[in-house]
Design a binder for this molecule. Structure first.
Ligand code: ADP
Ligand code: G6P
Length: 734
């Protein structure tokens, strides 16, 4: 199997050095805990930062660290104090983190931080490039490394690159605030597959890609020149069995093997078995809504004083990003609030909040998960939140209630939890009461569903789904390349061309011979195109036809002087070289008065769009409209028109940023076939870029050389990726 290397800012283990002794400690945070369980399956390396400044380490120590990490299949990217300050604390955690979690007021916009971010991303990319061997795959993780996908792709286009974002992706209105917004999107688009926790984040990302970059998106594919990028949501799971098994063992431990914490917990219940525990576990981060939680707990005790002395909130906060200002302030605020609640409601025998500001070993986490009646998970914004899933997995007796913020990605999978808005302390207080008084039967009923779902979609399933999609996108890319006109295919076409005596060449105009212009009237042929056409026409064996959706006037005037036939309005009219216009099909325009008003309402509602009137069709253009609104309205318009067209024998054609309504039965397939009738061409070439050209590709004889411009699925035999390539191909024919 091909190796998959992981690249993330933090390695799954962090290094602690004391008196030259190297200690490996498990890193906390969802990314590290989740991926730790799966990465060994892929036989690759995990490339990342070992968690301490490299300038404090002597060379010998650095080598020792490298050796220790090799045993864990890890490769280190060393960061200096300054890099940590500017890239990690700086752009990652003072710019991107607050931006992506909707804390706009906390964002730092310093260009110096951005510069360091680019530099350090390059450092990670270089280390990854050093590690990759032929056939390997790279899976990059999270917001600290948004530029790495592009940095790898641009150096090694053949390597398959996956990217997964572990935090929310914000809406366009928020994302656009950032001065380096385009660069970040560009960086991510170096990946072949981009994964998010939820469909909402995916939707926001698409909206940014559309609005900032103008790339075409079809379903969950982004089309960029010669690449397709797949984007999907993969809600991250946990190592379910590990938590369940550990919880089962906790209850079976003999007294002497129980931890101090466990014995304390048992003592707590000894005083009165009816006592209850509420659990709160997070990194100390302002996105986690810890102050709201404390305020809600205080409100609960205030409103339900009968619970004073009977309920304790165990609050675990892991130190995190402790040198960043807003984290320092948060720590102070939380400590004050804990003191406040304990001062107000506590007594000699009762401490309402047990607050721990430290990391805990896995066993203690399990003891807490399995002993607490309620889990209070109230982030104001959270990409996923694995703590909620870990609590569910550890409830071996199937009791327990989760109070869950609707702002956490995990809420999408946990409909059975008590859902709250984290800014509504009254609602949280109410839910605490509901949770503490919930009958056991109801708790079990809810927990059974939650456990089933979380067990089924665990972290192994999550990663295997991601990898499956990576393989799918590889196949997709290969199929594009298979149809692409390579130099050998070009040679084949040239040889066939050279050996023939009577050739029909059908050429679409916009998007094929020339690129799209904002204003359709600006698409006159340039010098280069004139030259290419003149050269083709010179050969008496060639019969050239420009076949287009345009009206008669523009093409006739633009191509004046060329020895070329014109078929326009998708086949309504034909003008053979030197002859007059003739109608090819029986079209009528009596339907126009009923359709025009519909199009006009869309023009009114969509700034930048306009109507073009042709003899037998009406076209709504939205290229100049704001892209997302244009696409949205186009879908609405198609919907509305569908009910109208059947009555009038009309057809809707969807071109590139246009919707065209025209008489039915007329299309480029019918027109090209009619043109070929009773003539003995021994070579047929047809080139076109959009949907309307597909009729031609399908109808023409199988032996024809049909070529699609662009990467979409097509009935054509071959593809080229740009107008420049079309021109190049035509110039090569002689
Ligand atoms: P985030 O990734 O934002 O930190 P998650 O809830 O997704 O949030 O993941 C947090 C991870 O860190 C969980 O796997 C959890 O078990 C672990 N964790 C949280 N608090 C502690 C703690 N005090 N000690 C040890 N591990 C912790
Ligand atoms: C979140 C992020 C991770 C990060 C973790 C811990 O889970 O998504 O990328 O590793 O928090 O934060 P830290 O800054 O300590 O790495």
């Amino acid at each position: 199997m091909n190796r998959i290397h992981i690249v993330s800012n933090r390695l799954p283990v962090s290094i602690n050095v004391e008196n030259d002794n190297i200690e490996l400690i498990p890193s906390v945070g969802g990314l590290a805990t989740g991926m730790r369980s799966v990465y060994k399956e892929y036989n690759g390396k995990w490339i990342g930062w070992p968690g301490l400044p490299s300038d404090e380490l002597g060379d010998n120590l650095k080598t020792d660290i490298e050796e220790k990490l090799v045993e864990e299949d890890c490769v280190s990217v060393h960061l200096s104090k300054e890099e940590i300050d500017l890239y990690y604390d700086g752009f990652s955690n003072r710019t991107i983190w607050p931006l992506f979690h909707y804390f706009a007021q906390y964002i730092d916009y310093e260009p110096q931080l951005w510069d360091a971010f680019v530099k350090v991303n390059q450092k990670f990319a270089d280390k990854a490039l050093e590690t990759i061997e032929e056939g390997d795959t790279i899976w990059i993780h999270d917001y600290q490394l948004l530029l790495v996908p592009e940095m790898i792709k641009s150096k090694k286009p053949g390597v398959t690159v996956g990217f997964f974002l572990h935090i929310p992706f914000p809406s366009f209105e928020v994302f656009r605030i950032l001065p380096w917004r385009k660069e970040l999107i560009q960086g991510m688009l170096g990946a072949d597959l981009i994964g998010f926790h939820t469909f909402d984040y995916q939707r926001h990302f698409f909206s940014c890609v559309r609005r900032l970059m103008g790339y075409e998106i079809s379903f969950n594919e982004i089309h960029i020149e010669d690449r397709i990028i797949l984007v999907d949501s993969f809600p991250m799971g946990i190592d379910y069995d590990k938590f369940r098994d550990a919880a089962t063992q906790t209850f079976q431990k003999p007294l002497q093997e129980k931890s101090k914490l466990h014995r304390e917990l048992e003592k707590y219940f000894l005083v009165s078995p009816n006592r209850k525990l509420i659990l709160s576990i997070d990194r100390l981060d302002y996105s986690k809504g810890i102050p709201n939680r404390l305020q809600a707990f205080a409100k609960f005790l205030e409103e339900y004083p009968e619970f004073i002395g009977k309920v304790t909130l165990i609050m675990l906060a892991v130190p995190s990003r402790g040198t960043v200002e807003h984290y320092i302030n948060l720590k102070r605020e939380v400590e004050e609030l804990v003191g406040n609640v304990n001062g107000r409601f506590g007594s000699i025998n009762y401490t309402p909040v047990w607050y721990f500001y430290r990391s805990m070993p896995f066993e203690s986490l399990i003891e807490l998960y399995s002993s607490c009646d309620v889990a209070l998970v109230t982030p104001v914004r959270d990409g996923m939140n694995l703590v909620a899933k870990e609590y569910v997995a550890s409830r071996t007796n199937r009791t327990g209630v989760i109070i869950l913020s609707e702002m956490a990605g995990v809420s999408k999978e946990m409909g059975e939890a008590l859902m709250i808005n984290p800014n509504n302390t009254g609602e949280i207080a109410q839910s605490i009461y509901q949770a503490l008084t919930m009958p056991l039967d109801e708790q079990r009923e809810r927990m059974i569903y939650l456990q089933d779902r979380i067990k089924r979609y665990d972290v192994f399933k999550w990663s295997s789904e991601f990898v499956k999609s990576l393989r799918k996108v590889e196949k997709l890319q290969n199929s594009i390349y298979a149809k692409k006109v390579s130099s050998s295919i070009l040679e084949k076409i040239k040889t066939e061309y050279a050996g023939t005596q009577k050739r029909s060449i059908f050429l679409d105009y916009d998007g094929t011979l020339t690129g799209f212009k904002k204003n359709p009237n600006d698409a006159k042929p340039d010098e280069e195109l004139h030259k290419i056409l003149y050269k083709l026409e010179e050969d008496p064996k060639n019969v050239i036809t420009v076949i287009s959706g345009r009206d008669r006037e523009s093409l006739e005037s633009w191509l004046e002087g060329h020895k070329i036939n014109l078929i326009v309005e998708h086949g309504v009219w034909i003008k053979k070289y030197g002859k007059d216009w003739k109608m090819l099909a029986n079209a009528n325009d009596t339907w126009k008065p009923s359709i025009r008003p519909i199009l006009e309402t869309f023009v009114d509602r969509t700034p930048g769009s306009f109507i073009e009137e042709k003899n037998y069709s009406l076209v709504w253009h939205f290229r100049k409209a704001e892209p997302e609104q244009g696409e949205l309205r186009a879908n609405e318009l198609k919907d509305e028109l569908t009910t109208m067209i059947a009555n009038h024998n009309l057809e809707i054609l969807e071109g590139n940023k246009v919707i065209e309504v025209k008489s039915g039965g007329i299309n480029k397939g019918m027109a090209s076939l009619q043109f070929l009738q009773n003539q003995n061409f021994d070579f047929i070439l047809a080139i076109g870029d959009d949907w309307t050209d597909e009729y031609m590709f399908r109808e023409l004889p199988e032996s024809s050389v049909t070529i699609k411009v662009g990467l979409k699925h097509t009935a054509a035999r071959y593809k080229v990726d740009s107008v420049a390539k079309v021109r190049n191909l035509l110039s090569e024919l002689n």
